[in-house]
Ligand binder design. Structure first.
Ligand code: NAD
Ligand code: UDP
Ligand code: UDP
Length: 338
């Protein structure tokens, strides 16, 4: 016959872990564009508690208003360049302005956010034993000499240009992630995000999709920066969030490209927005900014094979969803032709 033993008495700490059904997740930069969509998705899981820290440089409480006051949600005004003491299981580290006009506005602050901010979040991950995901960028490939870009490509980056605070900042952030991983055994994940668009982007943040949609809705000319033949690949935000969660919860450190391989010239994008929103607006060529990468398209073989992920929303499907959000925020109702 079998002997049934009483279960071992857990220590108070293990006991609380035993009943801790929740995963407590920190999202830095969670009041921003991608961060707030990520928070929405994480909060849908009742086993998750979500803590957002944000300094509101480019993000806003408005993006999180449906969660404020929710018992599983906490919002902290905090700058990641300062140390942070919280107890969490996972860290999605997004805090960093993403739009060129914002990251160039205070480049020294941008590099501090990338370097000191990432160092602090790694110190936190080390202290509490959390897994940490960094949202790096396709900008680590610079003005790429290989096309499309896969994760083995080391990049072609200007170390002293006006974009360097962002792209070199992210490269150092990736280095820090791998050094903490090798030296301290921290569990890391690195996503290299390619251009992402969708509802809640800052209307005047200067990025191309938000600019063109806002311009078309305001009846202004679409400003294609010369020459207009430069390319980008645009990923809809729900696909991006799905990829980030798969990367965090999977077994691979990365870096892994997350983006949509559909590649468009800026002239093609302008023509598409024009056709979808207002065929009467004009497209004009304006001066470009220095160091603008000429082409960018992710090789997502790794994401497909290791994460079972690929984007689902095509540009022509995503743009109208963003148009709808911009119409509401700009107060421009849709015209009915019939
Ligand atoms: P965003 O500007 O909307 O969000 C960034 C958030 O970080 C904002 O809420 C901002 O207030 C906050 N923040 C900035 N500096 C901070 C600091 N020092 N302390 C605390 N909070 C701070 O940008 P996003 O498009 O949501 O980008 C999110 C992340 O994804 C960024 O790390 C960005 O580099 C990366 N990324 C985005 C894209 C894209 O196309 N959107 C492309 C590549 C990489
Ligand atoms: N840090 C933090 N929260 C923590 C633990 C550390 O913000 O819970 C910061 C800490 O202030 C330090 C950085 O993370 O500046 C790196 O920490 P680490 O312990 O790796 O290095 P050290 O403190 O020894 O320099
Ligand atoms: N761009 C444009 N018109 C605009 C804003 C940007 O033609 O009003 C171009 C810009 O020159 C670049 C591309 O769009 O080639 C993407 O720029 P964005 O600032 O959106 O992102 P990033 O350069 O970081 O990819």
């Amino acid at each position: 016959h079998t002997i049934t033993r009483p279960p071992p008495t857990p220590s108070p700490l293990r006991f609380s872990k035993f009943f801790q059904a929740n995963l407590r997740i920190l999202v830095t930069g969670g009041a921003g564009f991608i961060g707030s969509h990520l928070v929405d998705r994480l909060m849908e899981n009742e086993k998750h508690e979500v803590i957002v820290v944000d300094n509101y440089f480019t993000g806003s409480k408005d993006n999180l208003k449906k969660w404020i006051g929710h018992p599983r949600f906490e919002l902290i005004r905090h700058d990641v360049t300062e140390p942070l003491l919280v107890e969490v299981d996972q860290i999605y580290h997004l805090a960093c302005p993403a739009s060129p006009i914002f990251y160039k506005y205070n480049p020294v602050k941008t590099i501090k956010t990338n370097v000191i901010g990432t160092l602090n979040m790694l110190g936190l991950a080390k202290r509490v034993g959390a897994r940490i995901l960094l949202t790096s960028t396709s900008e680590v490939y610079g003005d790429p000499l290989e096309h499309p870009q896969n994760e083995e490509y080391w990049g072609n980056v200007n170390p002293i240009g006006v974009r360097s605070c962002y792209d070199e900042g992210k490269r150092v952030a990736e280095t820090l992630m791998f050094d903490y991983h090798r030296q301290h055994g921290i569990e890391i994940r690195i996503a290299r995000i390619f251009n992402t668009y969708g509802p809640r982007m800052n209307i005047d943040d200067g990025r191309v999709v938000s600019n063109f949609i806002a311009q078309a809705l305001r009846g202004e000319s679409l400003t294609v920066q010369a020459p207009g033949t430069q390319t980008r690949s645009f990923c809809y935000v729900s696909d991006m969030v799905d990829g980030l969660i798969r990367l965090m919860d999977g077994e691979h450190t990365g870096p892994i490209n997350i983006g949509n391989p559909g590649e468009f010239t800026m002239m093609e994008l302008a023509e598409t927005v024009k056709e979808l929103i207002d065929p009467t607006v004009e497209v004009k060529i304006v001066e470009n900014t220095p160091d603008d990468p000429r082409q960018r398209k992710p090789d997502i073989t790794k994401a497909r094979e290791l994460l079972g992920w690929e984007p689902k929303i095509k540009l022509r499907e995503g743009l109208p969803l963003m148009e709808e959000d911009f119409r509401q925020r700009l107060g421009v109702p849709k015209k009915h032709n019939n």
